[in-house]
Design a protein around this ligand. Structure first.
Ligand SMILES: O=c1ccn([C@@H]2O[C@H](COP(=O)(O)OP(=O)(O)O[C@H]3O[C@H](CO)[C@@H](O)[C@H](O)[C@H]3O)[C@@H](O)[C@H]2O)c(=O)[nH]1
Length: 478
């Protein structure tokens, strides 16, 4: 009996890539399964131009249905939830066509349900209309999924009283069941305290509870505590969780920036600190100068992906003339041991043996990529749930080095809200990160091995994937 899942990823590379990897893994594992991926327009109304789609489209059991953003162009960022809600009529049209086509041609698959991104949960209304179950593909970790459920429950019970203006100075802690340690209120992601975003996340968590299952981009050995909590039914009416990660897009992009790789190949093993801050990370001129001073003083070799924070909450841009912005003579003095670039071929860089440490904004894909290649990290959270991820990696799991105890500001609140981190703090963090015999480095190496094992035949993530497929089939065919 053939079946098909309809995937609805959020159209940003950090969500899309792991979702496509998820789809590939599923069809590889189950030959009776096919997948249609609905590609929504971006928040600005344009179409996603990620090459990952063309690369994956060679698989005949994964099909892409692109929803045009032609009439939705906008220069202003829109509310994420309403943007996805606006796509519902098109999602309904495409689903109706699929249902019709499959019901009228013999040997067609039966649609087994929707697999939606955390930001696309409003489309489950369409799944419900067609009597289809919905599953969630959660692109971040199990710990923060648990935090979302916990905050939503507290909020609904009238017990969540965190002030947007004061939480950064709070000395209170939350007991979050998906964490083994108390979680400082001041580390809360801005999204869970801001008036603008909080409702989106509370609504999300309520909708997650109505799903048939949750695939999570993590693995059993990395988050035993959170997964035990989530799978014990300890979070009341929420659905089963399947830790199937790490799902990584490991395409080699080294040829595109071959100069950088020629230079990397000449450097000693584990000698370079790599700095890179995700799809939205950017800095002020003042902050860029502090980083430059820290890099210079640390004496380490470096590869620095640097972009400029845009005013408000827009995507980062490029600095036009770095010579004028960074300390005078910086490039001359560091030309033998450092490179400053824009967008980095991050995965290929992390795979290079010259990389000895990674200063990262701690986006979940970046975190998993560094674990995969056994590169220790020093988190520098900038937006989204990254403060939580930093806590998870440094405090809870001991798998990363601390630059700062507490990070103020969040790019979602606008670039002006960011506190400037001083050169001496950054330098200290880099020196600690680059220690060759550190306990963190040893632990990262061990976790890296476990990360690979999870994806092998019989590994925990493979077992979870099979269980998910079995459950989907059971829910579809009884
Ligand atoms: O110069 C760059 C910058 C990023 N990347 C890649 O882009 C992806 C970035 O993903 P991630 O590290 O997860 O960061 P964000 O782009 O910020 O991802 C969003 O989505 C993630 C998954 O839900 C969350 O964990 C983050 O906090 C959220 O901001 C990774 O695959 C990187 O390898 C590059 O290749 N080059």
């Amino acid at each position: 009996m053939k079946s098909e899942l309809v995937f609805v990823p959020y159209p940003g590379i950090s969500h899309l890539r792991s979702t496509v990897e998820m789809a590939k893994l599923l069809v590889d594992q189950e030959t009776r399964l096919s997948i249609t991926v609905l590609i929504l327009p971006t928040l600005y109304g344009g179409e996603v131009g990620d090459p990952v789609l063309s690369a994956a489209s060679s698989d005949h059991r994964i099909r892409y249905e692109v929803i045009s953003g032609e009439n939705q162009q906008s220069s202003e960022p829109r509310n994420l939830d309403s943007h996805v809600e606006n796509q519902i009529p098109e999602v309904r049209r495409v689903t109706a066509k699929l249902v019709h086509d499959y019901s009228t041609s013999p040997n067609s698959p039966k649609i087994a349900g929707f697999v939606v991104d955390m930001f696309c949960t409003s489309v489950i209304d369409v799944a419900n209309e067609f009597g289809l179950p919905s599953y969630l593909f959660y692109t971040s970790n199990a710990g923060v999924l648990g935090l979302g459920f916990h905050v939503q429950r507290l909020y609904d019970d009238g017990k969540y009283d965190v002030s947007e203006t004061e939480f950064q100075d709070s000395e209170s802690e939350l007991i979050v069941p998906s964490l083994a340690r108390p979680y400082p209120v001041k580390w809360l992601p801005y999204a869970l305290v801001s008036k603008e975003w909080q409702q989106i996340f509370i609504t999300q968590a309520r909708r997650f509870r109505g799903m048939k299952g949750i695939l999570v981009n993590t693995f059993a050995d990395l988050e035993p505590h959170a997964l035990k909590y989530l799978s014990s039914g300890g979070y009341d009416d929420a659905p089963p969780v399947y830790p199937v990660g790490p799902l990584l897009h490991l395409a080699d992009e080294s040829k595109k920036q071959s100069e950088i790789f020629e230079w990397l190949d000449e450097q000693p093993e584990k000698s370079i600190v790599f700095l890179c801050f995700g799809s939205m990370g950017g800095f002020s001129e003042e902050q860029a100068r502090e980083i430059a001073v820290a890099l210079e003083r640390s004496g380490h070799r470096f590869l620095w992906s640097l972009r400029r924070a845009s005013p408000g909450t827009k995507s980062p841009g490029e600095f036009v003339n770095l010579e004028e912005i960074l300390p005078e003579g910086f490039f001359d003095r560091t030309k033998e041991r450092g490179r400053v670039i824009g967008w980095a071929p991050q995965v290929a860089v992390l795979a290079n043996s010259a990389i000895g440490g990674f200063v990262t904004h701690c986006g979940w894909n970046s975190t998993l990529e560094s674990l995969w290649f056994g590169v220790p990290t020093a988190p520098w959270p900038l937006y989204a749930e990254q403060k939580f991820n930093a806590f998870l990696m440094v405090e809870e799991l001991g798998l990363a080095v601390e630059i700062k105890k507490h990070w103020r500001g969040d790019l979602m609140a606008g670039a002006a809200a960011m506190e400037t981190v001083k050169a001496d703090e950054i330098e200290r963090g880099i020196r600690c990160l680059m220690e060759q015999e550190s306990d963190v480095r040893k632990r990262v190496k061990e976790m890296s091995d476990k990360c690979h094992e999870a994806l092998m035949d019989g590994g925990s993530s493979r077992v979870a994937l099979k269980k998910f497929i079995e459950d989907v089939m059971k829910n579809t065919f009884g």
